[in-house]
Design a protein around this ligand. Structure first.
Ligand code: ADP
Ligand code: MG
Length: 518
């Protein structure tokens, strides 16, 4: 195309795409849930913006927050379209050409050795899974702030972006056109797509519609030959009999026959009623498990260890579902230190607001996954304002209580499943960093410098007396071995002790971190 601008993929993306396109991985199905999940994210974004500015939604069909799936059997194209936020030219280049998230290269390595792509969505590279089934992809996108563009790539290390002058205008949103590989023909079957959406995208909160075929019988004028055998004129209802009578009356009787015809119409594939709005009594164990899988983007077969679904009433009203995952997330420790990453999704009156609210749970509970939907929080304010809202404190308090109840119950019912601080799942080290005091008494780490036990008036004196020795000691050990050498009053029988600095990691923490390194 004449106006196409060419780009090269970031090396890491190229490597990932190579692995995907050459993958013998059998579960290629996953691409659909990844694309639907992206469409849903994009719809969440525009719906959020619309809270403070209704005009962003546009008019007519453009304002419909939905996902549409269409098949073109002849051209072997599967397309997935949303009316979400869309992408500007810049977005297309940045989002579908580079990987912003860390940990991707570890994932690429792991995938190369294990060949398991199931976790791709958790690593922020789900889009590329489309190359499991397609060898050429076009992404047509229209963002409110830009004209319509087409991104395209054959997964050959390059992609191109052009101003779209030939496709039908989208209004707003994104259409992903997958030119399916020969061996991916099954994804041109409506039944296969229906099955996949039911299985993997059941909890998407926007309607997913399939342009589905339907066989209908229609009446068409019969041919001149009146003896046509197939002719079936059955008159069953009174009305039809009357009509027939009228027809008899008319001078020239028009004979008709029924023929089968294929027509297309949109068929809704999901039930958009949010699980957390239902009564806990009505939701089955299987539904909770499946909801967990979609929430955590964890599509293994494992069941969450425990969950708690409740409805808080009173001054601050909200509904919440909390889960204890079956195992630690791949980025558990990373997200622990990253303040912007919380594992709870916050909704206000069914509208997704953010999954980056670190105000909802204390860090020591950051391994939980879940969702909070509040009717009390205001809808038409910025995320920043919301973050300051006084109701959040109440929500947090109730969430902590419910979370601890859930864990306590789990410990009672299934003690083998809950590890304390033995050598297996070392949570104390993390917990103690944030647990500052207990009943007005401050905690101190005995393995760190500055331990204070009672008052010792002699310290000053001793310090002075050993000044030369500590100086000599410090110099002899050199700075890469120790930071400092100090007089301490903590020791009784031993002459010296090695401790860590006040704000650094303890030796145990270093051990934990080292064992986490991939
Ligand atoms: P993730 O969804 O985890 O961010 P993906 O690889 O699935 O990772 O998608 C990469 C990025 O591409 C998304 O973060 C988003 O910015 C953009 N994107 C993908 N699909 C769409 C879409 N349908 N509408 C708008 N943006 C999209
Ligand atoms: Mg995604």
């Amino acid at each position: 195309r004449s106006n196409a601008e060419k780009f090269e993929f970031q090396a890491e993306v190229s490597r990932l795409m190579d692995i995907i396109i050459n993958s013998l991985y059998s579960n290629k199905d996953i691409f659909l849930r990844e694309l639907i999940s992206n469409a849903s994210d994009a719809l969440d974004k525009i719906r959020f913006l619309a809270l403070t500015d209704k005009d962003v939604l546009g008019e007519g069909d453009t304002a419909k927050l939905e996902i549409q799936i269409k098949l073109d059997k002849a051209k072997k194209i599967l397309s997935i379209r949303d009316r979400g936020i869309g992408m500007t030219k810049e977005d297309l280049i940045k989002n579908l050409g580079t990987i912003a998230k860390s940990g991707t290269s570890a994932f690429v390595e792991k995938m190369q050795s294990s060949g398991d792509l199931n976790l791709i969505g958790q690593f922020g590279v789900g889009f590329y899974s489309a190359y499991l089934v397609a060898d050429y992809i076009e992404v047509i996108s229209k963002h409110n702030d830009d004209i319509q563009h087409v991104w395209e790539s054959k997964a050959d290390g390059k992609f191109a972006v052009s101003e779209d002058t030939w496709n039908e205008p989208l209004g707003r949103g994104t259409e992903i056109r997958l030119h399916l590989r020969d061996e991916a023909g099954e994804y041109l079957e409506e039944s296969k797509l229906k099955d996949l959406v039911k299985r993997y995208s059941e909890f998407i909160n926007f309607p997913i519609n399939l342009w589905a075929s339907k066989e209908v019988e229609t009446e068409v004028p019969a041919e001149e030959d009146e003896s046509a055998e197939e002719e079936t004129e059955t008159t069953s209802t009174e009305e039809e009999k009357e009509e027939d009578a009228e027809e008899e009356d008319s001078e020239k009787k028009q004979k008709t026959k029924k023929v089968k015809e294929t027509v297309y119409e949109w068929e809704l594939l999901n039930d958009v009623k949010a699980i957390w709005l239902r009564s806990p009594k009505e939701v089955t164990e299987e539904e909770y498990t499946k909801f967990y899988h979609s929430l955590a983007k964890d599509f293994s077969d494992e069941k969450p260890m425990a969950w708690s679904h409740f409805n808080a009433e009173g001054d601050v009203e909200f509904k919440a579902v909390l889960y204890v995952p079956p195992k630690a997330a791949h980025d558990q420790y990373e997200s622990y230190y990253n303040t912007n990453k919380a594992n709870l999704k916050l909704y206000v009156r069914r509208v997704f607001i953010s999954d980056e609210f670190d105000e909802l749970l204390p860090k020591y509970l950051s391994f939980l996954k879940g969702l909070v939907d509040s009717d009390t929080l205001p809808l038409n304010v910025s995320r920043e304002m919301l973050q300051q809202h006084s109701s959040l404190k109440t929500i947090k308090k109730k969430l902590i209580r419910k979370a601890l109840d859930m864990i306590r119950k789990l410990a009672e019912e299934d003690p083998d499943e809950v590890h304390d601080d033995d050598k297996k799942d070392p949570v104390d080290e993390y917990l103690m960093q944030y647990l500052m005091d207990y009943e007005d008494k401050k905690f101190q780490n005995v393995s760190k410098e500055g331990l204070q036990v009672g008052k010792d008036s002699k310290v000053k004196e001793v310090k002075e007396a050993f000044k030369e020795l500590t100086k000599w000691w410090k110099e002899s050990l050199a700075s890469e071995n120790v930071d400092d050498v100090k007089i301490s009053n903590r020791l009784a029988d031993t002459p010296c002790v090695v401790v860590t600095s006040k704000f650094g990691w303890s030796a145990n923490m270093e051990r934990i971190m080292q064992s986490q390194t991939l």
